[in-house]
Design a protein around this ligand. Structure first.
Ligand SMILES: Nc1ncnc2c1ncn2[C@@H]1O[C@H](COP(=O)(O)OP(=O)(O)O)[C@@H](O)[C@H]1O
Ligand SMILES: [Mg+2]
Length: 290
């Protein structure tokens, strides 16, 4: 169970004219996500979805509030002591925040994160990318190759193990990021707009693959997306965020049994409901933009 308690995130910003300002990216969000669920966060750009997801992952510290996973508090990944911090910097200075997402607290909490922009290391082959993640997680050397091969095969990259990311298409690169995340066999997978940068056709294929990789595993998936159709088709539950400040506006359960049909009228109704929530929000503000 992921349990976010009263999460608030405030950013100080300096304007162009050097005056100071503040943004409340997330305001008092409390949310429990039970094990094994597929939950999506939707909402217009700027409503704090990414910030909140990164707080769940421990990649950012909340200004207020706490995240607990299975009774353990998620803390920011940075080392606690100065000595540790120096060692960390020496070792990982070129890799953050990707390395952060693979490192430190994650083994303890069993979280993997997938970003929008194919966050894979360009100087490593597909296989090396996965092996490196396994190494950071402390998987013994002799197990790394077999795990890498297994997960690269599962996402359809068996023949491309020795290719560099530049030699892969966008969809393949995102498959690689998914293989890397899955290879460490996390119980929780957090994804931030993972399919936003691939074409519509590839997106549907990746969605199907994600469902297949998720179903029956008992893993928890939290997916941030601005694609309402994607959220409705994939999720058990949809959390609708609203902007300025970012808060949870609604939580909707999707009861439709799987496998689902993309043209299911029940899903279309749900989509219409979410859009009407967006519209209500928009009517209450003038400076709102999508
Ligand atoms: N590091 C930061 N410094 C200042 N403002 C930020 C920072 N990160 C996010 N924000 C602001 O917080 C708000 C929420 O951002 P974000 O979580 O990225 O929203 P979303 O993912 O829903 O589009 C936005 O107004 C954004 O500009
Ligand atoms: Mg975002």
């Amino acid at each position: 169970m992921i349990s976010a308690r009263n999460i608030t995130k405030f950013f100080s910003v300096v304007n162009d004219d050097r005056t100071a300002d503040g943004i409340t990216a997330v305001l008092s969000v409390s949310l429990d996500i039970p094990d094994g669920r597929f939950v999506s966060f939707v909402g217009p750009t700027g409503c704090g979805k990414s910030t909140f997801l990164e707080i769940l992952a421990g990649l950012q510290a909340p200004t207020e509030g706490e995240v607990w996973i299975d009774g353990r508090r998620v803390l920011e990944p940075l080392p606690a002591t100065r000595k540790e911090m120096e060692a960390y910097r020496r070792r990982y200075r070129f890799l953050s925040p990707i390395a952060n997402s693979l490192f430190r607290d994650r083994p303890k909490h069993d979280i993997a994160m997938i970003f929008q922009d194919y966050a894979v290391f360009p100087w490593m082959t597909a296989r090396q990318n996965v092996v490196f993640a396994l190494k950071l997680r402390g998987v013994p050397r002799r197990e790394r190759d077999a795990l890498a091969r297994h997960y690269l095969t599962r996402v359809g990259l068996a023949g491309s193990e020795n290719k560099y990311p530049a030699q892969l298409s966008g969809g393949m690169r995102q498959r690689l990021a998914i293989a890397r995340a899955l290879s460490v066999e996390p119980r929780i997978i957090l994804m931030d707009e993972p399919f936003a940068a691939v074409d519509a056709q590839t997106r549907e294929t990746l969605q199907e693959e994600l469902l297949e990789l998720w179903s029956g595993t008992g893993r928890t998936v939290v997916l941030v997306t601005h694609d309402i159709d994607e959220a409705v088709y994939l999720s058990d539950e949809i959390v609708v965020f609203s902007p300025q400040p970012g808060t949870v506006r609604n939580r909707l359960t999707v009861d439709t049994p799987r496998p689902r049909r993309r043209d299911d009228p029940v899903l279309a109704d749900l989509r219409a409901r979410i859009l009407s929530i967006y519209r209500q929000d928009a009517e209450h503000r003038t400076d709102w933009s999508i």
